[in-house]
Write a protein that binds this ligand. Structure first.
Ligand SMILES: Nc1ncnc2c1ncn2[C@@H]1O[C@H](COP(=O)(O)OP(=O)(O)OP(=O)(O)O)[C@@H](O)[C@H]1O
Ligand SMILES: Nc1ccn([C@H]2C[C@H](O)[C@@H](COP(=O)(O)O)O2)c(=O)n1
Length: 230
């Protein structure tokens, strides 16, 4: 069974999975706004726990300490008038720190630990609330919401994803080199796709969209076209 609450299975979910920089977060948020559904940024939960572990000097190989940290870490999303929400980790505004590749790499490392994934399962499923949920991550369509009626797997070339991330970080005043970012993105892709538990892969029933060269609006329109007419 997917949910502790059987009534939840009647609430529609659009699962959007894909590698880093494929546009999952951007597209999911815009689609959720357009259809008036809730939005789950599951990567932010992994990033928040990774950051809290780093703040607490927890060894990334100490699974039981990481599980305790997962349960103890409070992560809040504060709406920001339609823009990206502020993300508060244990009371501290960590919005910018969470977006760095250092936080992404920490999240990817703890995400390979099965007990950490298990500890985050119910927290993610609790976002399934009426009238519907757009869920962004790596295993939304395969593990967390396998019964989701709508599933999308976004991709883009690694080069384009590195350029997008470079632009995004530069706009935030964070200085990184493009070749360094490309290396980090490829390393994270490899780690996320080859881990033993819940690896990054498309669900069999996911619609694949290669976003290379597509504008954000064009991708949003393709995803909206998969949902019932409103
Ligand atoms: N189709 C697109 N064309 C151009 N830029 C895009 C497109 N989709 C997303 N972007 C930009 O790329 C950057 C990364 O997008 P986003 O954060 O949504 O990716 P992601 O897949 O959620 O990444 P991560 O998994 O690392 O969080 C953002 O700055 C976003 O505006
Ligand atoms: N459902 C998820 C979401 C995220 N992760 C891990 C793997 C990612 O590299 C890392 C950061 O995610 P992002 O914010 O880049 O989407 O967290 C995961 O394993 N499963």
């Amino acid at each position: 069974m997917t949910d502790a609450n059987p009534a939840a299975s009647s609430i529609p979910v659009l699962a959007i999975d894909g590698p880093s920089g494929s546009g999952k977060g951007t597209i999911s948020r815009l689609v959720a706004q357009r259809v008036g559904w809730h939005f789950l940024d599951s990567g932010a939960l992994y990033r928040g726990v990774g950051l809290a572990a780093a703040w607490g000097d927890i060894d990334l190989s100490d699974a039981s300490a990481l599980v305790r940290c997962t349960f103890d870490t409070q992560i809040q999303f504060l709406e920001n008038g339609g823009g990206e929400p502020h993300i508060i980790v244990n009371g501290k505004d960590a919005t910018d720190e969470l977006r760095t590749e250092t936080a992404g790499a920490a999240a990817s490392a703890i995400a390979a630990i099965p007990e950490v994934r298990a500890a985050l399962k119910d927290r993610q499923r609790a976002y399934r609330q009426p009238p519907g949920l757009v869920a962004d991550g790596r295993d939304m369509g395969t593990v967390i919401f396998p019964d989701a009626p709508y599933k999308v797997f976004l991709t883009a070339s690694a080069e384009e994803r590195a350029e997008r991330r470079h632009k995004q970080l530069s706009e935030k005043g964070i200085s990184v080199t493009l070749p360094g970012l490309l290396r980090e993105i490829l390393a994270r892709d490899a780690r996320d796709a080859t881990r033993a538990v819940a690896p990054l892969r498309p669900a069999e029933d996911a619609v694949r969209i290669d976003t290379t060269g597509l504008s954000i609006e064009a991708v949003v329109e393709r995803v909206l076209a998969l949902l019932p007419a409103r």
